[in-house]
Design a protein around this ligand. Sequence first.
Ligand code: DGL
Length: 286
Amino acid sequence: MNNGLNHRLLATRPAPIGIFDSGVGGLTVLREIYRQLPNESVLYFGDTARLPYGSRSPEEILHFVRQILTWMAQQGVKMVMMACNTSSALALDQVQEEFPFPVLGLIRPGAQAAAIQGQRIGVIATQATVTSLAYTSAIQEIDPTRQVWEVACPKFVPLVEQNQLRTPQAQTTAATYLQPLIAANIDTLVYGCTHYPHLAPVLQTILPGTVRCVDPAISMVAAAAQELDALGLRSIAPAWATEFYVSGSATEFKRLAVQWLGHQPTVGQIRLPELAANPQSWGTRS
Ligand code: DGL
């Protein structure tokens, strides 16, 4: 069904900022956009049919990111923030020059915040992000004296996506993943995956009170605000309601997202074969 989304966005809405993630992790970035950039309209895409990204190869991730950015370009976005560390670690450098709008990632802003704040830095992230060592490189490029420990937490994304946040299993899993970082006596912990701030209440019951947590979304959105100002792109009109699209089940996403959004969002579905195809044939909204 052609719902004319691209025409609606282009014709009657101020250009939105596009953000994307594999699922509900991007909502932790959306929360920061609402806080720091309340006048910006947002187009959110969750690639739920293909999550988790963290167990994908660099080639697959780059391919997915190119598809999503192509679709977002067709929607008339003025900027894209990758609300996904895995995409930021594996694909940002390659795609940044390929699209006619700024594309921002989470790794550098997160590394900067961590390097300013701590000496002994723990990073929890997906397997793909940890394997890339993107955080270690970025932090040590800023300050080679900083020590960094990275731990892959592949069970966290399924726990969040299956809404198992407050279960004994979440508690045990978190304790196991954090144990080597606590043993290393870290003073700072980076949430190196946008799903993980959803687990903050659990993580904070396990971490020593002296460990300070860094959410890279805070610094990325601050950097985005500066870039919008520098380019004269900051919106002064009130924002439109966020447009949500997913590649998997819209019903599932709605059911899960309501707890963080505080309302049932309207969510559209984009069929995967059409993600980077003919803009006239995008999916349905419910
Ligand atoms: N939330 C994403 C990240 O920040 C992806 C998680 C996943 O799908 O594995 O890395």
